[in-house]
Design a protein around this ligand. Structure first.
Ligand code: AMP
Length: 190
């Protein structure tokens, strides 16, 4: 089973690229952000709890997202593999993922990182706010907080996966088509 992590800051294009990857490589896309937004839309207790944190640009607790990942693995059998988008976002989550996969006799296959500058993050999020109507995309203060959280909590994963020789970086500022071509090359190569 393949376990790809699609890594990068908010606005890097992870969701867009994941859709193409699903079509071409028959993978299951697991986006913790999308799953949380579904919970919020359905106004479940979990959704209500997550809403306040998400709308301020904070991370939701690890056990919440880890539970979602476990459910998604359990309910999708007989597939080629998974694309994890928006997870892991902290070293603790990465360690939990490693032990989860170890129990399944497996490991992370590759981390594909879409790199863009902070200026481009802010620009892309502003643009997305006009299309997707996401509350966490609308407020400048929330956007600033999400970028800061990314640098503080998520970026340390770069070295974590470099140490495991699993980290592959792609220039996320290129066109959607060019980025997908580079991702495809990574998925095809060993
Ligand atoms: P995203 O769509 O990936 O940008 O996620 C939107 C928001 O959901 C994030 O800003 C976090 O508040 C929350 N979230 C998504 N994934 C995680 C995660 N792995 N750990 C903690 N919070 C998350």
């Amino acid at each position: 089973m393949k376990y790809y992590i699609l890594f990068g800051p908010p606005g890097a294009g992870k969701g867009t690229q994941a859709k193409f990857m699903v079509e071409k490589f028959n993978l299951i896309h697991i986006s913790t952000g999308d799953l949380l937004r579904k919970e919020m839309a359905a106004e479940t207790p979990l959704g209500k709890q997550a809403k306040k944190l998400i709308e301020q640009g904070y991370l939701v607790p690890d056990d919440v997202v880890v539970g979602m990942i476990e459910n998604a693995f359990a309910s999708n059998t007989g597939v080629n593999g998974f694309i994890l988008d928006g997870f892991p976002r902290t070293i603790e989550q990465a360690e939990t993922l490693d032990s989860l996969l170890k129990k399944r006799g497996d490991e992370v296959t590759k981390v594909i990182s879409l790199a863009i500058s902070d200026e481009m993050i802010a620009e892309r999020i502003k643009h997305r706010a006009q299309i997707e109507n996401r509350a966490d995309d609308a407020e400048p203060e929330t956007i600033r907080h999400r970028i800061a959280t990314y640098h503080e909590k998520t970026e340390p994963l770069v070295n974590y996966y470099k140490a495991q020789k699993k980290y592959h970086e792609i220039d996320g500022a290129k066109s959607i088509e060019d980025v997908f071509e580079l991702i495809s090359k990574e998925l095809i190569s060993k």
